[in-house]
Design a protein around this ligand. Structure first.
Ligand SMILES: [Zn+2]
Length: 260
Protein backbone atom coordinates (compact mmCIF):
# COMPACT_ATOMS: atom_id res chain seq x y z
CA UNK A 1 0.00 0.00 0.00
CA UNK A 2 2.88 2.37 0.84
CA UNK A 3 4.42 1.61 -2.59
CA UNK A 4 1.10 2.36 -4.27
CA UNK A 5 0.83 5.70 -2.44
CA UNK A 6 4.56 6.40 -2.98
CA UNK A 7 5.20 6.69 0.74
CA UNK A 8 8.56 5.66 2.18
CA UNK A 9 7.35 3.57 5.12
CA UNK A 10 10.15 2.03 7.16
CA UNK A 11 9.19 2.16 10.86
CA UNK A 12 11.94 1.91 13.49
CA UNK A 13 9.43 0.64 16.07
CA UNK A 14 6.14 -1.26 15.86
CA UNK A 15 3.88 -1.59 18.92
CA UNK A 16 1.69 -4.69 18.93
CA UNK A 17 0.11 -7.28 21.19
CA UNK A 18 1.49 -10.80 21.74
CA UNK A 19 0.47 -12.19 18.34
CA UNK A 20 3.25 -14.30 16.73
CA UNK A 21 1.71 -14.03 13.22
CA UNK A 22 1.77 -10.19 13.39
CA UNK A 23 5.33 -10.27 14.66
CA UNK A 24 6.51 -12.58 11.88
CA UNK A 25 4.75 -10.49 9.22
CA UNK A 26 6.23 -7.25 10.60
CA UNK A 27 9.76 -8.65 10.71
CA UNK A 28 9.44 -10.08 7.21
CA UNK A 29 8.48 -6.68 5.77
CA UNK A 30 10.74 -4.60 8.07
CA UNK A 31 13.70 -6.76 9.20
CA UNK A 32 15.36 -3.84 11.06
CA UNK A 33 12.30 -2.76 13.02
CA UNK A 34 12.01 -3.16 16.80
CA UNK A 35 8.84 -4.90 17.97
CA UNK A 36 7.46 -3.36 21.15
CA UNK A 37 4.94 -5.16 23.33
CA UNK A 38 1.83 -3.13 24.14
CA UNK A 39 1.84 -2.47 27.91
CA UNK A 40 -1.97 -2.38 28.06
CA UNK A 41 -2.07 -5.96 26.72
CA UNK A 42 0.60 -7.09 29.23
CA UNK A 43 -1.71 -5.94 32.04
CA UNK A 44 -4.79 -7.38 30.32
CA UNK A 45 -3.15 -10.81 30.00
CA UNK A 46 -1.83 -10.71 33.58
CA UNK A 47 -5.38 -10.02 34.78
CA UNK A 48 -6.47 -13.27 33.12
CA UNK A 49 -4.11 -15.01 35.59
CA UNK A 50 -5.28 -13.08 38.63
CA UNK A 51 -6.56 -16.23 40.35
CA UNK A 52 -2.90 -17.06 41.00
CA UNK A 53 -2.63 -13.91 43.13
CA UNK A 54 -4.20 -13.66 46.62
CA UNK A 55 -7.26 -11.39 46.57
CA UNK A 56 -5.79 -8.78 48.89
CA UNK A 57 -2.72 -8.37 46.65
CA UNK A 58 -4.42 -8.18 43.25
CA UNK A 59 -5.09 -4.44 43.38
CA UNK A 60 -1.49 -3.59 44.33
CA UNK A 61 -0.15 -6.02 41.73
CA UNK A 62 -1.88 -4.27 38.82
CA UNK A 63 -1.75 -0.70 40.11
CA UNK A 64 1.69 -0.62 41.62
CA UNK A 65 4.06 -3.61 41.32
CA UNK A 66 3.86 -4.25 37.57
CA UNK A 67 3.62 -0.51 36.85
CA UNK A 68 6.85 0.04 38.78
CA UNK A 69 8.56 -2.56 36.56
CA UNK A 70 7.16 -0.81 33.47
CA UNK A 71 8.43 2.62 34.59
CA UNK A 72 12.10 1.66 34.69
CA UNK A 73 14.79 3.66 32.89
CA UNK A 74 17.46 1.00 32.22
CA UNK A 75 18.05 -2.75 32.45
CA UNK A 76 19.87 -2.24 35.79
CA UNK A 77 16.96 -0.21 37.13
CA UNK A 78 14.62 -2.99 35.98
CA UNK A 79 16.73 -5.73 37.65
CA UNK A 80 16.64 -3.82 40.93
CA UNK A 81 12.82 -3.70 40.93
CA UNK A 82 12.49 -7.24 39.58
CA UNK A 83 14.43 -8.52 42.61
CA UNK A 84 12.12 -6.59 44.97
CA UNK A 85 9.10 -7.89 42.99
CA UNK A 86 10.20 -11.54 43.29
CA UNK A 87 11.40 -11.30 46.92
CA UNK A 88 8.15 -9.78 48.13
CA UNK A 89 5.74 -11.98 46.12
CA UNK A 90 7.35 -15.38 45.64
CA UNK A 91 5.86 -16.85 48.85
CA UNK A 92 2.29 -15.74 48.10
CA UNK A 93 2.03 -16.22 44.35
CA UNK A 94 4.83 -18.43 42.98
CA UNK A 95 2.89 -19.60 39.91
CA UNK A 96 2.08 -16.01 38.89
CA UNK A 97 5.76 -15.04 39.21
CA UNK A 98 6.66 -18.09 37.12
CA UNK A 99 4.08 -17.15 34.46
CA UNK A 100 5.25 -13.52 34.46
CA UNK A 101 8.91 -14.51 34.10
CA UNK A 102 8.32 -16.92 31.20
CA UNK A 103 5.76 -14.83 29.33
CA UNK A 104 7.05 -11.25 29.83
CA UNK A 105 10.77 -11.58 30.50
CA UNK A 106 11.98 -14.61 28.59
CA UNK A 107 9.80 -14.63 25.46
CA UNK A 108 9.73 -12.38 22.37
CA UNK A 109 7.34 -10.10 24.27
CA UNK A 110 9.75 -8.51 26.73
CA UNK A 111 9.90 -4.99 25.23
CA UNK A 112 7.09 -3.43 27.29
CA UNK A 113 9.29 -1.42 29.67
CA UNK A 114 9.58 2.37 29.35
CA UNK A 115 13.29 2.05 28.44
CA UNK A 116 12.52 -0.33 25.53
CA UNK A 117 11.45 2.62 23.36
CA UNK A 118 12.60 6.23 22.76
CA UNK A 119 11.39 8.96 25.20
CA UNK A 120 7.73 9.84 24.78
CA UNK A 121 7.04 6.92 22.43
CA UNK A 122 3.64 5.20 22.60
CA UNK A 123 3.83 2.19 24.93
CA UNK A 124 0.37 0.83 24.08
CA UNK A 125 -1.61 0.39 20.89
CA UNK A 126 -4.78 1.67 22.60
CA UNK A 127 -4.90 4.89 20.55
CA UNK A 128 -4.64 2.79 17.39
CA UNK A 129 -7.49 0.60 18.59
CA UNK A 130 -9.72 3.65 19.18
CA UNK A 131 -8.78 4.82 15.67
CA UNK A 132 -9.84 1.37 14.39
CA UNK A 133 -13.22 1.95 16.04
CA UNK A 134 -13.69 5.10 13.91
CA UNK A 135 -12.88 3.06 10.77
CA UNK A 136 -15.57 0.53 11.68
CA UNK A 137 -18.07 3.29 12.44
CA UNK A 138 -17.39 5.70 9.54
CA UNK A 139 -15.89 3.68 6.68
CA UNK A 140 -16.83 0.01 6.81
CA UNK A 141 -20.11 0.54 8.73
CA UNK A 142 -19.34 -2.57 10.80
CA UNK A 143 -19.45 -4.87 7.77
CA UNK A 144 -16.68 -7.45 7.52
CA UNK A 145 -14.75 -7.01 4.26
CA UNK A 146 -12.47 -9.46 2.50
CA UNK A 147 -8.76 -8.59 2.49
CA UNK A 148 -8.73 -7.09 -1.04
CA UNK A 149 -11.92 -5.13 -0.47
CA UNK A 150 -10.40 -3.75 2.74
CA UNK A 151 -7.16 -2.72 0.99
CA UNK A 152 -9.30 -0.75 -1.50
CA UNK A 153 -11.20 0.82 1.40
CA UNK A 154 -7.91 1.63 3.18
CA UNK A 155 -6.78 3.74 0.24
CA UNK A 156 -10.04 5.74 0.55
CA UNK A 157 -9.34 6.17 4.29
CA UNK A 158 -5.77 7.37 3.66
CA UNK A 159 -6.95 9.81 0.98
CA UNK A 160 -9.62 11.15 3.34
CA UNK A 161 -7.19 11.76 6.20
CA UNK A 162 -4.53 13.24 3.91
CA UNK A 163 -6.88 16.07 2.83
CA UNK A 164 -8.79 16.33 6.10
CA UNK A 165 -6.35 18.97 7.40
CA UNK A 166 -5.97 17.31 10.82
CA UNK A 167 -2.68 18.23 12.45
CA UNK A 168 -0.83 15.32 14.03
CA UNK A 169 1.44 16.69 16.72
CA UNK A 170 5.01 15.43 16.40
CA UNK A 171 6.05 16.50 19.90
CA UNK A 172 4.37 15.55 23.19
CA UNK A 173 2.14 18.20 24.77
CA UNK A 174 2.37 18.52 28.59
CA UNK A 175 -0.88 18.09 30.53
CA UNK A 176 -2.17 21.00 32.64
CA UNK A 177 -1.37 19.09 35.86
CA UNK A 178 2.27 18.56 34.70
CA UNK A 179 2.56 22.31 33.94
CA UNK A 180 1.14 23.11 37.38
CA UNK A 181 3.59 20.69 39.05
CA UNK A 182 6.49 22.19 37.05
CA UNK A 183 5.56 25.69 38.25
CA UNK A 184 5.40 24.52 41.87
CA UNK A 185 8.94 23.10 41.54
CA UNK A 186 10.35 26.19 39.83
CA UNK A 187 12.91 27.30 42.41
CA UNK A 188 16.68 27.52 41.82
CA UNK A 189 17.13 25.88 45.25
CA UNK A 190 15.96 22.61 43.68
CA UNK A 191 18.56 22.69 40.90
CA UNK A 192 22.34 22.40 41.12
CA UNK A 193 24.21 23.54 38.00
CA UNK A 194 26.58 20.98 36.43
CA UNK A 195 27.40 22.84 33.24
CA UNK A 196 25.70 25.16 30.75
CA UNK A 197 21.93 24.84 31.23
CA UNK A 198 22.36 21.32 32.69
CA UNK A 199 21.33 20.72 36.28
CA UNK A 200 20.84 18.06 38.92
CA UNK A 201 17.34 18.15 40.36
CA UNK A 202 17.73 17.50 44.11
CA UNK A 203 20.83 15.36 43.37
CA UNK A 204 18.53 12.79 41.70
CA UNK A 205 17.88 13.56 38.04
CA UNK A 206 20.12 15.13 35.43
CA UNK A 207 18.08 17.63 33.43
CA UNK A 208 19.52 19.22 30.29
CA UNK A 209 17.52 22.25 29.25
CA UNK A 210 19.60 22.77 26.09
CA UNK A 211 18.87 19.35 24.56
CA UNK A 212 15.55 19.14 26.45
CA UNK A 213 15.99 15.78 28.14
CA UNK A 214 16.04 14.38 31.66
CA UNK A 215 17.19 11.14 33.29
CA UNK A 216 13.88 10.65 35.15
CA UNK A 217 11.33 7.91 34.36
CA UNK A 218 8.56 10.40 33.57
CA UNK A 219 10.59 11.96 30.75
CA UNK A 220 11.25 8.49 29.34
CA UNK A 221 7.58 7.59 29.53
CA UNK A 222 5.94 10.75 28.13
CA UNK A 223 8.75 12.80 26.53
CA UNK A 224 8.59 15.72 29.01
CA UNK A 225 8.72 16.02 32.80
CA UNK A 226 8.10 18.45 35.64
CA UNK A 227 11.89 19.03 35.97
CA UNK A 228 12.13 20.34 32.40
CA UNK A 229 8.93 22.35 32.85
CA UNK A 230 10.31 23.85 36.11
CA UNK A 231 13.53 24.87 34.32
CA UNK A 232 11.48 26.34 31.48
CA UNK A 233 9.63 28.47 34.04
CA UNK A 234 12.87 29.54 35.73
CA UNK A 235 14.57 30.49 32.45
CA UNK A 236 11.46 32.35 31.31
CA UNK A 237 11.65 34.52 34.47
CA UNK A 238 15.43 34.93 34.12
CA UNK A 239 15.21 35.96 30.45
CA UNK A 240 12.40 38.42 31.23
CA UNK A 241 14.60 39.94 33.95
CA UNK A 242 17.68 40.15 31.69
CA UNK A 243 15.74 41.69 28.79
CA UNK A 244 13.73 44.09 30.95
CA UNK A 245 14.28 47.66 29.66
CA UNK A 246 16.29 49.69 32.19
CA UNK A 247 14.26 52.60 33.53
CA UNK A 248 16.83 55.38 33.04
CA UNK A 249 18.16 54.30 29.65
CA UNK A 250 15.23 55.40 27.49
CA UNK A 251 15.39 58.87 29.02
CA UNK A 252 19.15 59.19 28.47
CA UNK A 253 18.99 58.03 24.89
CA UNK A 254 16.19 60.50 24.29
CA UNK A 255 18.36 63.30 25.67
CA UNK A 256 21.25 62.15 23.57
CA UNK A 257 19.00 62.22 20.50
CA UNK A 258 17.81 65.77 21.35
CA UNK A 259 21.38 67.02 21.75
CA UNK A 260 22.34 65.64 18.35
ZN1 LIG B 1 12.72 14.79 34.73
Amino acid sequence: MADLLEINFDPKYIVQDACPASRNAALKSFPDTNILMCYFHVLLNCKKNKLDIPNEQQHLMFKRYIHRLHMTTSIDHFRKYWKIFVDSLIDNCPSFINYFYNQWLKSNWKNWKAFSSPPGYACTNSSLESFNATIKRDFTHRRKLGIFAFIGKSIDIIRYYSIDGQKFSMTPKPTSSAIKLGKSMASWENFKKIYQRTYFYKDCYKTNFLTKNCSCKYYLKVGYCSHLLALQELFKKKDQFVNKPKKGRAKNSEKWYVRE
